[in-house]
Design a protein around this ligand. Structure first.
Ligand code: UD1
Ligand code: CA
Length: 452
């Protein structure tokens, strides 16, 4: 049976370089906080217990963590004394745990579960400490991984404490580490702060474990995976890497992206097979698209469900609660919010459909507005199956239009309409034969008189 696993996520950093009122780890990638990504990673790895270490006064971080992982224990690191001190903030969780310990950084959101599983695999092969490393393009301030000829990990040297020869090493520490120790607290408590930064370095654990006869191992991954986010620029870089991966994944699953670099996905976007997505489409959180739908250019979605074979856009906007059935058409400059459109319903041009239902095969003409808000409350508009709403109609909610009813163009409808009725709200047309000709003649005469 697998040993139990405790995952400790370090999220106490203030992230000064983000220049933000928001704690760094709550900044979003693909619509989810970096902490949310790392919690999802921990979940994907499948540990038994989860501890999140936050800074003092970071209640918003606690709330975010507990929303994503209700079973997590949140600990506060009172002073930022280094990564070992941060892990020790979770002392209580570590003390009550018999098994392995995994440390993740909440500002390093792109690591995959497969990579972490490979790292834990080193513990299965007898390593006491396993570190995720990468060949850095620019090793800069990263800790260097010092290895023996046989590849075992001997020590991690922080750049500021390294000799020139050690600084020349390009194999660097990602920060992600796993421990298989009988007494992890004994090792962590032994870590001191006699170093260039005066900090308690978690990285010192490698040498201490070796002194106790344990073996250190390194697993190497791609640098992109372990990108740490400290600034808005790095946040944008992480977003770009995440998007590239997600686009490739949906294409591998059978989705056509005509211009992949212009399609933005969220962490939870679901797109079925044979969906075609044209350029410049933004998928906010909570969107699913069923098989065979066509998503035309320049559309924006959030919190919406798009049914099989539906045709959406160009220039469509779907907001939370838009639930579109099979073969629904939503065309250019149509906004749909909190409206269920049943199979085959159409709103092809220039409309606002907010709060309501549209029955199967109903047709909503150009310029139709659901007047859902009276300045105080929102009201529902319910349109029956097969109803036909003429262009430029204002439907003042609350309102029910029966199945198969017709609404004459340009009407302002304020009362319910029975099934199969015609409702029409306009004044009679006044026609004056020859009026225009007389008018032009009169005006031409006036102009000539004024010109004299
Ligand atoms: C750390 C590693 C370094 C590695 C680098 C990778 C140590 C001593 N060094 O250095 O080897 O190459 O990460 O990015 O571990 N944190 C706390 N409380 C603290 C200090 C840090 O929660 O007191 C959190 C930070 O929010 C961050 C993570 O731990 O998420 C790393 O801390 P940081 O100060 O960025 O470490 P580095 O100096 O970059
Ligand atoms: Ca860092």
């Amino acid at each position: 049976m697998a040993r139990p696993l405790l995952t400790v996520i370090l999220a106490a950093g203030k992230g000064t370089r983000m220049r933000s009122a928001l704690p760094k780890v709550l900044h979003r990638i693909a619509g989810r906080s970096m902490l949310g990504h790392v919690l999802a990673l921990a979940n994907g790895v499948g540990g038994d217990k989860l501890a999140v270490v936050v800074g003092p006064g970071m209640d918003v971080v606690r709330t975010d963590a507990l929303a994503a992982a209700p079973g997590a224990d949140v600990f506060v690191q009172e002073n930022q004394l280094g990564t070992a001190d941060a892990v020790l903030a979770a002392r209580e969780a570590i003390a009550s745990q018999r098994g392995d310990l995994l440390v993740l950084f909440a500002d390093t959101p792109l690591i995959t579960a497969a990579t972490v599983k490979a790292l834990l695999g080193e513990l299965d092969r007898g390593a006491s400490i396993a570190v995720l490393g990468f060949e850095a393009r620019d090793p800069g301030a990263y800790g260097r991984l010092l290895t023996a000829e046989d590849g075992t990990l001997v020590a991690i040297r922080e750049a500021k404490d390294a000799t020139e020869a050690e600084r020349a090493v390009r194999l660097c520490n990602s920060g992600v580490m796993a421990f298989r120790l009988d007494e992890p607290l004994a090792v962590l408590d032994e870590i001191g702060n006699a170093n260039a930064k005066g900090e308690y370095y978690l990285t010192d654990a490698v040498e201490l474990v070796r002194k106790r006869g344990g073996r250190g191992a390194v697993v190497v991954c791609d640098e992109d995976e372990v990108l740490g986010v400290n600034s808005r620029r790095e946040l944008a870089t992480a977003e770009a890497i995440w998007q590239r991966r997600a686009r490739n994944k949906v294409m591998d699953e059978g989705v056509t992206l005509i211009a992949p670099d212009t399609v933005w996905l969220s962490f939870d976007t679901v797109i079925g097979r044979d969906v075609v997505v044209e350029p410049n489409v933004f998928f906010g959180p909570g969107v699913s698209v069923a098989e065979g739908a066509e998503i035309k250019a320049n559309s924006y979605f959030e919190g919406a469900r798009i049914g099989e074979g539906a045709r959406i856009g160009p220039f469509a906007r779907l907001r939370p609660g838009a639930v579109l059935g099979r073969d629904v058409h939503v065309g250019n400059f149509v906004e749909v919010k909190n409206v269920a459109m049943a199979d085959g319903a159409k709103a092809n041009h220039l409309s606002y459909l907010g709060d309501g239902t549209v029955g199967a095969k109903a047709n909503i003409g150009a310029g139709t507005i659901f007047c859902n808000y009276d300045g105080f409350f929102k009201h529902k508009t319910e349109i029956g199956a097969g109803a036909f709403v003429g262009s430029n109609s204002s439907l003042v909610a609350p309102l029910k239009i029966g199945a198969g009813a017709y609404i004459g163009s340009g009407s302002v409808i304020t009362k319910d309409v029975a099934a199969d009725a015609l409702a029409l709200e306009r004044s009679d047309q006044d026609v004056r034969p020859g009026w225009a000709e007389k008018f032009r003649t009169m005006m031409a005469r006036r102009k000539a008189a004024a010109g004299k």
